[in-house]
Design a protein around this ligand. Structure first.
Ligand SMILES: NC(=O)c1ccc[n+]([C@@H]2O[C@H](COP(=O)([O-])OP(=O)(O)OC[C@H]3O[C@@H](n4cnc5c(N)ncnc54)[C@H](O)[C@@H]3O)[C@@H](O)[C@H]2O)c1
Length: 386
């Protein structure tokens, strides 16, 4: 039996569920993982709800204040799966108490916070990893291998969209994701962070951006129970939406390529459409999360009479992570990307190195998002401040 590490998970809703599943599955499917995670403490603010979640997901204990957890000597790894307004405080305190930190994306709500978090893990000498889980789709890893091996030649174009439609109803309430003090930004930090991270992994650094942001619905009903929420007479009170509903930007990459990025929560019919196309001098690559086991590839090196976009099913033993799962052609799903991340994280902790995306990657991504916001304000091309 390999060594183990006690894990504390902050947050038990969407990401809490996905991360719990990953910690539960990792040693079952990757028995060679260097550290076995012990699901020790689940932390949330509502005692009854966190207890119910712990029972459902398989955590041994619960806590209602993260400050009590990050100081515990028996905890080795702190997983930050809360909204962005608490990432910095939890991650910095955890690092200062010698805990390794796994943090949801975007790393922080501001570039300054992200830099402070990076400094904290460096000073403490602990592992820091950001959960940009789309890096760990086997088909995306295949795209990286094709680019790195020069199979599509010099890359000229990056074209990415990440489209959703869940807040198009004007009566959809003012949840935390629509408030800048809690979420940092709207689609830009939520969806844009993912495709900026993919672009950085596949093409390298972004050197300048020109962006715009838009908020289509500027006021929304306050949630019952929030300050100024459902009025005494039952009338719904409205609150200000303080983040973007959509963002678009053009980018120049340090390697000479150019890129376009579009993110929105107002693309009717697109629930979670995350797609990119890359064009190089010798070929092209297309990825679409809705067909996440596949990579569309066009290669000039094919014989002319059969040249065309081919659909590669990235599900055999030659594709990263796949040998842990099923025989070739037996597809995997979205939740597997989290298990892959946790596998790499635990091996990184055992080896004493932070697996990518590191907190430095988180800072670099945040710097691009920050530059887009500044560009949208100034209507000028802007350089990220790394
Ligand atoms: N990687 C991905 O694909 C992906 C997808 C969705 C969200 N996220 C990220 O995950 C994070 C959480 O998002 P979510 O969708 O899970 O949100 P959520 O609203 O579903 O869950 C947030 C959880 O955090 C808890 N929480 C909030 N403040 C807390 C505090 N101070 N102490 C302890 N617990 C606290 C809440 O009780 C809740 O359990 C965000 O950073 C978000 O951007 C990543």
């Amino acid at each position: 039996m390999n060594d183990s590490i006690n894990v504390a998970l902050m947050g038990y809703k969407f990401m809490g569920k996905a991360h719990s599943n990953a910690f539960r599955q990792v040693a079952h499917f990757f028995p060679d993982v260097a550290l076995h995670p012990v699901m020790q403490v689940l932390c949330g603010r509502d005692q009854a709800a966190v207890q119910a979640a712990a029972a459902q997901f398989g955590w041994q204990e619960t806590a209602t204040d993260w400050r009590d957890v990050v100081t515990r000597p028996d905890i080795g790894l702190v997983d930050v799966s809360t909204p962005g307004d608490s990432h910095a405080a939890i991650a910095i305190a955890a690092a200062q108490h010698g805990k390794h930190v796994f943090c949801e994306k975007p790393l922080a709500n501001t570039l300054a916070e992200a830099k402070a978090m990076h400094a904290a893990v460096q000073e403490a000498g602990v592992v820091g990893m950001v959960n940009f889980n789309y890096r760990r789709v086997p088909a995306v890893q295949l795209a990286k291998r094709l680019i790195d091996d020069g199979r599509i030649g010099q890359v000229y174009h990056w074209r990415a969209v990440y489209l959703q439609d869940w807040i198009m109803d004007p009566n959809f309430p003012l949840v935390w994701r629509l408030q800048k003090d809690q979420a940092g930004s709207g689609t830009l930090g939520d969806l844009g962070a993912h495709i900026v991270d993919l672009a950085r992994m596949l093409l390298g650094e972004i050197s300048s951006v020109s962006g715009l942001t838009e908020t289509f619905i500027k006021q929304r009903p306050l949630l019952a129970g929030t300050t100024g929420g459902l009025g005494a007479a039952g009338s719904t009170q409205m609150g200000e939406v303080t983040v973007d509903d959509a963002a678009m930007f053009l980018a120049r990459f340090a390697n000479g390529a150019v890129g376009s990025f579009e993110v929105t929560r107002f693309a009717k019919g697109r629930a979670n459409y995350n797609s990119f196309e890359i064009n190089g001098s010798k070929g092209s690559i297309v990825f679409n999360l809705e067909r996440m086991n596949e990579l569309n590839v066009y290669l000039d090196s094919d014989a002319p009479d059969v040249r065309g976009f081919r659909n590669v099913l990235a599900t055999d033993g030659s594709h990263q992570y796949i040998s842990a799962w099923w025989p070739a052609g037996h597809i995997i799903g979205w939740e597997h990307t989290f298990t892959h991340g946790v596998f790499d994280l635990l091996n990184g902790i055992a080896a004493g190195t932070s697996p990518a995306p590191t907190f430095e990657d988180g800072v670099r991504c945040q710097a691009v998002l920050d530059a887009v916001e500044r560009s949208a304000g100034s209507k000028q091309w802007v350089e990220p401040e790394y």
